[in-house]
Design a protein around this ligand. Structure first.
Ligand SMILES: CNc1ncnc2c1ncn2[C@@H]1O[C@H](COP(=O)(O)O)[C@@H](O)[C@H]1O
Length: 361
């Protein structure tokens, strides 16, 4: 039965709406509550690095005003000191998956930067294996579990895939290592590679060979693009020369780039709350460049970026878009349908998602 698409757009309707999340960083998606639980457990086991503050104090609930200067150190100075061994990486990954599923996400591309924790026997490869085995187990449970009847929409299990991130501080060799890992685990659900990290760091030109290889072997390519005001045209040209399928944030664009992006019909991963709270844009949601892009023909995937830090689940991102840009439910569904076309998970997944959205008249 078709669901009428003129329903009033409420947050609860948007929670039930089957959603696609394409831009979510694993470590940034861990809730404070989950970090707190890990902290308690590590303290009990006597494994807590000395003086590591309780997450509920270090990242106080309700605090979302992290800007680009205070945001990146959260990971290297704090979160990675809590999630450093197999049990904490597995536990946090699972909780992240549950949070997305509980918010009505039916297709998730989670991204993470392979990292090492030598004292705990974690190499970049075993880190990727740990995350993938947690995703595998979750995907299997999902496939075999009964879906809730409470939702007004025909529900579907959440299916998760992995994107491996190259950090802008990586060397060319480290970037190539990420691509090689992505290729080695393509058969286990790694679908793409990303370029992320502090936009004030590094020279992206050194990553050319890594992205060329990713492209040669049909990995999806997504790049953080024009995140900071200091971005140069040279950098944007270099990034476009990597032939990305999707780009994230897409904020500080010099003249001419909008047209180029529209001609290429690149998938845009737009993160409203993150950009507002981190002051990456001037003003509030109503000033977000989603307003510019919404009718320009590029598929848009509204995304959370780091829901653990900015505290706005995907349903809320859709709600913000609907309320600030006056979108009807039919327009929201249309937005979701657009995102289907730029997923990296292959034709079978696209068919599953297309048929899911067919229920809306
Ligand atoms: C403003 N938004 C952003 N811009 C750029 N990079 C970001 C980001 N949010 C997160 N990351 C990248 O993701 C890592 C944490 O997750 P993983 O350990 O990889 O799972 C951060 O260290 C940063 O490099």
């Amino acid at each position: 039965m078709a669901v009428p698409s003129d329903k009033p757009v409420t947050l609860s309707l948007l929670r039930d709406l089957p959603k696609i999340e394409l831009h979510a960083h694993l470590s940034g998606s861990i809730s404070r509550q989950c970090l707190h639980e890990i902290w308690l457990r590590k303290r009990e086991e006597g494994k807590l690095p000395s003086n590591l503050e309780d997450p509920l104090l270090a990242i106080p609930p309700g605090k979302v005003d992290y800007d680009l200067k205070t945001f990146f150190p959260l990971f290297s100075n704090y979160i990675y000191h809590l999630c450093f061994d197999a049990s904490s990486i597995e536990y946090s990954t699972r909780r992240v998956l549950e949070d997305f599923r509980d918010d009505g996400v039916v297709y998730l591309e989670l991204r993470t930067t392979p990292r090492t924790s030598p004292e705990h026997g974690i190499s970049k490869e075993s880190y990727v294996q740990l995350v993938l085995s947690t995703i595998d187990a979750f995907n299997q449970e999902q496939a075999s579990s009964k879906q809730s009847n409470e939702s007004p929409f025909k529900s579907s299990p959440m299916k998760t895939y992995l994107i491996l991130s190259i950090d802008r501080r990586n060397t060319a060799a480290e970037a190539m290592e990420v691509v090689d890992l992505a290729l080695r685990y393509q058969h286990r659900g790694v679908v793409g590679v990303d370029l992320c990290g502090d936009p004030s760091k590094g020279d992206v030109a050194i990553f050319g060979p890594a992205f060329e290889k990713a492209d040669d072997y049909d990995l999806g390519i997504t790049l953080h693009f024009a995140e900071s005001e200091s971005v140069t045209e040279k950098e944007l040209q270099t990034l476009l020369s990597f032939d990305p399928h999707r780009i994230g944030h897409v904020i500080h664009l010099p003249e001419g780039y909008r047209e180029e992006i529209a001609v290429r019909k690149l998938g845009l991963e737009l993160c409203l709350s993150c950009n507002v709270h981190a002051k990456m844009i001037t003003g509030g949601v109503e000033n977000h460049h989603f307003g510019y892009w919404k009718n320009k023909g590029c598929p848009i995937a509204l995304s959370t970026d780091d829901v653990g830090v900015f505290c706005s689940p995907l349903s809320n991102e859709y709600f913000l878009a609907a309320s600030h840009f006056n979108l009807s439910f039919a327009e929201i569904v249309q937005l979701c349908k657009g995102a289907v076309e730029v997923i990296f998970g292959g034709d079978e997944e696209k068919d599953r998602l297309r048929s899911l959205y067919k229920q809306f008249s």
